[in-house]
Design a protein around this ligand. Structure first.
Ligand SMILES: [Zn+2]
Ligand SMILES: [Zn+2]
Length: 336
C-alpha cells in the first residue's frame, strides 16, 4: 500500500462488466497512484467477464499483475469472483469484512455450514421439491463463477484502508449480506462512498435470500439505510449500474418500497389466512426461476420475520398467521 499523501480529489475510474448470471452491469472501481492500483470489487469469474475486466484495465494501461489491493464490498460471486485470479497474478492484498472472510477464502467449514443452513431454510420456507432441484442445479451450474480461493485480509467497521492513494473508511452496512460494507472517502470538500449492493440505483437489493446467515435481515437492512442517510454522502458509487447523486433520497425510497411490501404481506395473510413462506412469495412474485427461487421466498421471509418481531403475525410451525390486521405498517419502519 502507498505512503504518498492522499489526493485531495481522487479520480474514480470505473470498468463496467456485463454479467448474464447475476444482476448484471457490475461496477469495478479503479483507484491508482503511480505505484499503487486498487480495485473496489472484481466481477464474476466467467471467461467473458474476465476478458471484459482485462480489456477495461488495459484501456487504463493496466493489467491484473499491476493490482496491489482488491477491496471487496461483500462475498457475492459477482463482486468477489475474480479476486482470486487477480491475486494469483499480482499477489494483491484482498480486503473483505470479517463476517464474509471465510466464504471468500473458501473455508470448507464455512461453506458446509452455509449449505446446511440452505437446506434448513428450504424446509422452513416450504420450497417445493422441484423448485429446490431447479435451484440446486442453477447454483451448481454457476459454482465456478465464485472463482479461485482467496487469501483474505479481514477488516471491521470503522477501519481505515489506504489503497490506490485513497483513504477509505469502512462503514458496515449489513442486511443484503452479513459483511456488506461501504467505503467512505473524501472527494474535494465533500464525502463520497463506494456502497456495493447496499443501495442500488434501479433495483432494491434482495434481503433475506441473498445471505441466509443474516438474522432479522430487514431490521438490519433498515438500520443500514439509516446509516446511509446519516452519512450525508454527496455521491454513492454502487456495485451495479450508475452512480447515485442523492444517496440519502435513494435510501429513503428503498425504505418506502419495503414499507409498501410489508403492507402487501399483511394483505396476503388477511386475504388468504395462515400461509407458509413459499405461498406468501407466490402471491407477491408469482412463478420464480433461477436464483429467484431463493430470493423470492427469502424476501417474503424477511418481511414475515419483521412482522413477527413486532407481534403483528404469529408463527406456528411453517405457517404465519395474521394477529393484527389493522397494524399501522408505517410504525414498523423508522422515518429517515
Ligand atoms: Zn450482492
Ligand atoms: Zn451485486
Amino acid at each position: 500500500m502507498s505512503t504518498d499523501s492522499p489526493s485531495a480529489d481522487p479520480e474514480v475510474r470505473r470498468v463496467q462488466l456485463g454479467n448474464t448470471v447475476f444482476e448484471g452491469k457490475n461496477d469495478v472501481y479503479v483507484l491508482q497512484t503511480d505505484t499503487d492500483v486498487a480495485l473496489v470489487d472484481a466481477g464474476v469469474d466467467v471467461p467473458e467477464t474476465r476478458a471484459e475486466l482485462e480489456a477495461g484495465l488495459r484501456d487504463l494501461g493496466l493489467g491484473f499483475a499491476d493490482v496491489s489491493d482488491v477491496v471487496l464490498t461483500h462475498w457475492h460471486a459477482d463482486h468477489a469472483g475474480l479476486a482470486g485470479a487477480i491475486q494469483a497474478e499480482s499477489g494483491a492484498t484482498v480486503h473483505v469484512h470479517a463476517a464474509d472472510a471465510d466464504l471468500v477464502s473458501r473455508s470448507e467449514a464455512a461453506w458446509d455450514a452455509y449449505h446446511t443452513l440452505e437446506e434448513r431454510r428450504f424446509e422452513e420456507w416450504q420450497i417445493p421439491d422441484e423448485s429446490r432441484t431447479a435451484l440446486r442445479s442453477f447454483v451448481d451450474t454457476h459454482a465456478d463463477a465464485r472463482g479461485d480461493p482467496v487469501d483474505v485480509t479481514p477488516f471491521e467497521d470503522g477501519d481505515r484502508l489506504r489503497v490506490g492513494g485513497v483513504d477509505l473508511t469502512v462503514v458496515h452496512l449489513p442486511g443484503h449480506a452479513a459483511g456488506l460494507c461501504g467505503f467512505e472517502f473524501e472527494r474535494g470538500e465533500e464525502t463520497d462512498a463506494f456502497v456495493g449492493d447496499a443501495v442500488l440505483p434501479k433495483y432494491t437489493p434482495n434481503v433475506g435470500g441473498a445471505d441466509l446467515r443474516v438474522d432479522a435481515p430487514l431490521q438490519q437492512y433498515v438500520e443500514s439505510l439509516g446509516r446511509v442517510v446519516d452519512a450525508g454522502w454527496r455521491r454513492a458509487w454502487p456495485g451495479h449500474r450508475e452512480p447515485i447523486d442523492a444517496p440519502a433520497d435513494r435510501a429513503r425510497a428503498i425504505i418506502d418500497h419495503h414499507r409498501e411490501r410489508t403492507r402487501r404481506v399483511v394483505d396476503v395473510l388477511d386475504e388468504h389466512g395462515p400461509c407458509d413462506v413459499w405461498t406468501v412469495s407466490a402471491h407477491l412474485f408469482g412463478t420464480l426461476e433461477r436464483i429467484h427461487i431463493l430470493h423470492g421466498p427469502g424476501e417474503a421471509w424477511a418481511h414475515l420475520d419483521h412482522l413477527a418481531a413486532a407481534s403483528v403475525v404469529e408463527r406456528d410451525g411453517h405457517q404465519y398467521r395474521l394477529v393484527d390486521a389493522d397494524v399501522d405498517v408505517a410504525s414498523l419502519f423508522p422515518v429517515l
